[in-house]
Design a protein around this ligand. Sequence first.
Ligand code: NI
Length: 169
Amino acid sequence: MIRPISRYGAEVLHQPARPVSDITPEITQLVDDMIQTMYAAPGIGLAATQIGVPLRIFVADISLGRNPADLITFINPEFVERDGMQLEEEGCLSVPGFNATLARPSRVVVKGLNRHGEEQVIEGTGLLARCFQHEMDHLEGTLFVDRLRGLQKDLIVRKIKKLSRAGKW
Ligand code: NI
């Protein structure tokens, strides 16, 4: 089932998510819904908080569904390694219509459970490294806008508030 995506300002997006204690059928269903919602958007990643569920789960597919092997589900993910630096433009399904250039490590290694509850360790470089970090941020209640400073951040936040007041957010 495709679920509605929460937008910047929704409380659930701005709080840390809780670890998943058991991979129950409800969690498997949630993961399926997240995958469907991500592909429908379309996006290359989606965290559970974005569909209003404060649990530490994200899905990612930098091929946007073209390569089934690229579909990744992480439950209770943790960083094992982070290094290098990349400067690229970034956006978010919860902040539609906005993007900004952001510095992120260029390589990360993430450890966590897959959808079957088995431990997996996945290295990401370039876009996948950026995607992993963006989704891990979501699980801490951080959006890319929160990583911006000064004018760049003020401008986006001001525009979002204006859209909100007009009932267009
Ligand atoms: Ni996002």
